[in-house]
Design a binder for this molecule. Structure first.
Ligand SMILES: [Zn+2]
Length: 280
């Protein structure tokens, strides 16, 4: 999951689980379930911190979802490569790779499903939250208005890095991975290997705008679901942005803007898709 998918899940959680009170938590008996709650020593310790609590708000920091509880604690969730939340009811069988089931007093439940178990969940106090090192660094969030393009420009100059690598650096921008970094660069008309300090102020503005627009568009289409189906929403439904992608995964196909075949290069083992005509 990249930022748009995490944000779609956050918004759905806001509608679906805020105001609900936890009846009980079932951390499944297999060993991989312990991997998901790895910051807790025992299943019971994790479950007890949620049981009886009401969900009051759902925030996001980078790709972390923060579910606030009415006692001031916070359930922190990261989806990793393949984590998902799924709504369900007692009568519905648990999907394979379900590790945690949070049951609500109002009926229904919320399941955390993760085949590869890079995702995780933990409960922490609001005070301790500041000490979680993954949540500590301040990166640009393409959905927040807290940074201006001038500040963005200063940061780009300071980094002196190739754009693709820079956009994927979670310490620089939150939540852009392989798919959206390619889409952002296409929308900005910039190549993956342009050096960040070489951009004109017009190019900086284009990049700044592209970052916001691509992420917002992807949210509007409820995220990208590729063939691996790693991402589905709370109701098991795939996103629809894959049909809107301009370059990612489109090697050899005609550019939607200029009809030139989309090209691909491998950088650090990952594909970068671009239009040799539209991006420079
Ligand atoms: Zn093109």
């Amino acid at each position: 999951m990249e930022l748009p998918e995490v944000e779609v899940v956050r918004r759905d959680l806001e509608k679906e689980v805020v105001g609900k009170r936890v009846r009980g938590v079932d951390v499944r008996p297999h060993r991989n379930a312990m991997r998901v709650i790895r910051r807790h020593a025992r299943r019971k310790e994790f479950a007890d911190r949620l049981a009886g609590k009401k969900f009051t708000k759902v925030d996001r920091k980078g790709k972390y979802v923060l579910v606030h509880l009415d006692d001031g604690e916070v359930l922190v969730v990261h989806f990793g490569m393949s984590g998902q939340f799924r709504r369900g009811t007692k009568r519905q069988a648990l999907p394979t790779h379900t590790h945690v089931v949070i049951e609500f007093q109002q009926g229904g439940d919320l399941r955390f499903v993760d085949p590869r178990t890079f995702g995780e969940m933990f409960v922490t106090s609001a005070d301790e939250l500041g000490k979680v090192k993954e949540l500590d660094h301040i990166a640009i969030d393409p959905l927040e208005d807290t940074f201006t393009w001038q500040e963005f420009s200063v940061e780009l100059g300071r980094r002196a890095t190739k754009l693709k690598a820079l956009l994927m650096d979670q310490k620089f921008v939150s939540g852009l991975g392989n798919i959206y970094s390619d889409e952002v660069l296409f929308a900005a008309g910039l190549r993956y290997d342009r050096m960040s300090e070489s951009l004109s102020s017009q190019e900086v503005r284009r990049l700044y705008r592209a970052m916001r627009e691509v992420v917002q568009d992807a949210i509007r289409f409820r995220g990208t679901t590729l063939d691996d189906e790693a991402y589905v929403d709370l109701f098991g439904k795939p996103g629809e942005f894959q049909a809107e992608l301009k370059v990612y995964g489109r090697k050899g196909q005609a550019c939607r803007r200029c009809r030139t075949p989309i090209d691909v290069v491998k950088i650090g083992g990952r594909n970068s898709y671009f239009c040799p005509q539209c991006q420079s």
